[in-house]
Each structure stands twice: as structure tokens, then as C-alpha cells.
Design a protein around this ligand. Structure first.
Ligand code: SF4
Length: 375
């Protein structure tokens, strides 16, 4: 018998096949070695892992961050975990606070907040009473608010309706074309300068997308999405995030060009980050899909991280250091200029974002009346 250690399940259609136990699990599970080493047992686990949903009954949906290199203060997250399953996702360790694993669990056990819109509404009313300054809320800063299950639960859509009613500024970021379902709301919000959208594109190569971000939309769908959102009058940014040394950096010029031609006006990037348990998940993915390139990629990651695999230092963690960091920044700057894009990130500090209006905020009563409005 041995303590539970990561083990690999032979799954298809997922970003990670690792079953990893949470760092915070207080009761250690013990594997039965006879079973865990039995190929028939592994086979019996099946290749297709269904996504399960769990309700989160916590009382808040908006969190506040003070990181100097994160360009938003408030973030609203209707979902925890993300079925998109990007191998490099730096939100993976957040699942461990729920007692779930950062590997396969992160992308197959999704925790939802069914009352997200109601909690958002409550946060806005409380903020009004406390005199809190109006600042845009990022939907969603941790996991993707348009991952597949949003089609079923519509939590993001209901939060956008609250933002529209209260005239509160919001920003959206996603890798999923499902956001187009909400073009009506985006157009309404954009007409009041209350919304901006970032679409994340890491590659134009569909086959790389399929293995690196298995359940996201295809690159062409994301480009079409940029076009459709831009047509509503909403400012759209393309996020080349993350840039992985030796995997997708050569695509920067083409991604920027395609995004600009589709209507994006701004671009940003983030270098690969491997905090905590993201590292083993990413390395296992690298071994599985690029065994011949693995050592080279690792060497280049170390080059941009002072010999380590990760850096959590503000100002450099988002962009990387050394020759790789300089070259990437230069590449972004040069090609943003060439294609007429405002370069949104420079030296790890976000530059000014599109101005959203903060002076239209109002409180709407449950009966639909606007507080303080005379009839
Ligand atoms: S879409 Fe974003 S949140 Fe979802 S797995 Fe990918 S990187 Fe993580």
C-alpha cells in the first residue's frame, strides 16, 4: 500500500489525464497497489470522463484583488474549474482549495454558483450603500465564464443582465464563441460604454488547439467572434495568452494580424506561468504531445525564469525575463504597431484600457423601479 500519488488515466478529449490529490486534503487516501498497478483496472476507468457539476452555496461572487500587475480590482466568477481543460491553465491550483485535484478534476468537476446574478445584485446594492467607488468588474478573472456549461446554466448571461439594469461597467474574457449568444446584451452595454471584451487566441493552428485547449472554440471561430463583437461597437482586445516558449511564440505575428483584420483594436500577452501544481500537469502534457521537444521547452522556460520553472515576482511573472522576455516584448510591440493595435501590456504593467463609464451606475429595485428616480 502507498500514499496516493498522481497517476495517469488513459483519457481522451481532456487537457490533463493526471489524477492528482489536492495539496490541502487532510485525510490522505491510500491506494491499493494491487489495484492501481493493474492494467485492467486502469482500462476499466474508461477513456471518456463525463463532466460533473456541484453547487457552490457561498455568499459572494465578486472577489477583490490587489496585485499590481493584474489590471482589474474586482472579478466575478460564476464557475470554479474549467472544462476547456487548457494544459497550462494557472487557475488549476485553485481547485485544491475545494478539496479537488488540479489535473483531471479541474476540468471535469465544475463548481457552479446558481445564484451568481442575485449575489452580484446584492454586491452592487451593498456597494451603493457603503459608497464604494464604481470600478469595472471582470467577468471572469479566474476561469472561463463561457465554458460549455454556460449554455445550460446561463449564469454569465444573467450577470450581464444585472450589469445592464444597474448600468455597471464590466469586462469579459473568454476563449469560447458561445459569448456570441449574448451579443444583444453586449450591444446594449456597448451603447452606454459599459463593456469591453478580450478574446484569447494562442494559435491559429487548429490541431494545436485541439491538444492544448481541447474544449475551447477553434481559432477561426474566435476570429469570427472578434468580428461580431466589434460590429456591436464594443472594444475588443486579443489576448495572446499564454505564449509558450518553443510551442506557439512563432505565431505571434499571424495571430495579431488575423485579430486586427477581424476588428480587434488592442492586444496583450502573458508568458507561460507554472505556479504550484500547474507544473506537473503541463510537463505531463508536454511529455505526451511533444516528447522530442520537451527538454528544449523546459530549457527555454528556465531562461525566462532565472533558471527556475516559475516566478511569482510582480512585474516579471506575466512577461518573463532575459533574452526571451525582451524578444517577446519586442515582437509584440513591433507587430502591434504594424497592424495598428494598441499594445496593452508592456514591461508587465498593463497600460490604459478602454475607458468604461462609471458615472451611469444606478440601483434598480426588485420591482424594476430605479431608486431615487422621480415619476
Ligand atoms: S479557458 Fe482559461 S480558465 Fe479555462 S482552462 Fe483555459 S486557461 Fe483555464
Amino acid at each position: 500500500m502507498s500514499e496516493h500519488s498522481p497517476f495517469k488515466q488513459n483519457v481522451t478529449g481532456r487537457g490533463s489525464s493526471l489524477r492528482i490529490v489536492s495539496r490541502f486534503e487532510t485525510v490522505k487516501r491510500i491506494d491499493d497497489e494491487e489495484v492501481i498497478n493493474d492494467p485492467e483496472y486502469i482500462e476499466s476507468l474508461g477513456q471518456k470522463v463525463a463532466t460533473e457539476y456541484f453547487e457552490d452555496t457561498s455568499n459572494s461572487v465578486v472577489s477583490e484583488n490587489n496585485s499590481p500587475d493584474v489590471p482589474f480590482r474586482y472579478s466575478l466568477n460564476p464557475y470554479r474549474g474549467c472544462s476547456h481543460g487548457c494544459s497550462y491553465c494557472y487557475a488549476r491550483p485553485t481547485h485544491e482549495y475545494l478539496g479537488l485535484g488540479p489535473g483531471l478534476d479541474f476540468e471535469s468537476k465544475i463548481v457552479i454558483k446558481p445564484n451568481a446574478a442575485e449575489l452580484f445584485r446584492k454586491w452592487l446594492v451593498e456597494g451603493h450603500h457603503k459608497g464604494r467607488a464604481v470600478e469595472p468588474v471582470m467577468i471572469s478573472g479566474v476561469t472561463d465564464c463561457y465554458q460549455g456549461c454556460e449554455k445550460q446554466f446561463e449564469l454569465t448571461r444573467r450577470c450581464l443582465e444585472v450589469a445592464r439594469d444597474f448600468r455597471y461597467p464590466v469586462q469579459l474574457i473568454t476563449k469560447n464563441g458561445l459569448i456570441r449568444r449574448d451579443l444583444d446584451l453586449i450591444e446594449e452595454l456597448a451603447s452606454m460604454q459599459l463593456v469591453s471584451v478580450a478574446i484569447s487566441i494562442t494559435t491559429l493552428d487548429q490541431s494545436l488547439t485541439r491538444i492544448m485547449e481541447p474544449r475551447t472554440s477553434a481559432p477561426q471561430v474566435r476570429l469570427n467572434t472578434i468580428r461580431q463583437i466589434a460590429d456591436t461597437g464594443c472594444p475588443v482586445m486579443v489576448m495572446v495568452a499564454p505564449i509558450i516558449p518553443g510551442i506557439n511564440e512563432q505565431e505571434i505575428p499571424n495571430v495579431l494580424k488575423a485579430a486586427a483584420e477581424s476588428g480587434a483594436t488592442r492586444a496583450g500577452y502573458v508568458a507561460l506561468r507554472l505556479p504550484l501544481t500547474v507544473e506537473p500537469v503541463f510537463l505531463e502534457w508536454l511529455e505526451q504531445h511533444f516528447p522530442d521537444r520537451k527538454e528544449k521547452v523546459i530549457e527555454r522556460i528556465r531562461t525566462m525564469r532565472d533558471g527556475k520553472m516559475n516566478s511569482s515576482t510582480y512585474g516579471e511573472r506575466m512577461t518573463g525575463k532575459g533574452v526571451w522576455g525582451d524578444q517577446t516584448r519586442q515582437l509584440m510591440t513591433t507587430f502591434c504597431k504594424r497592424y495598428g493595435l494598441d499594445c496593452g501590456v508592456s514591461y508587465g504593467k498593463p497600460t490604459e484600457r478602454p475607458k468604461l463609464r462609471c458615472d451611469l451606475f444606478r440601483v434598480v429595485e426588485r420591482n424594476g423601479n430605479v431608486q431615487g428616480e422621480l415619476f
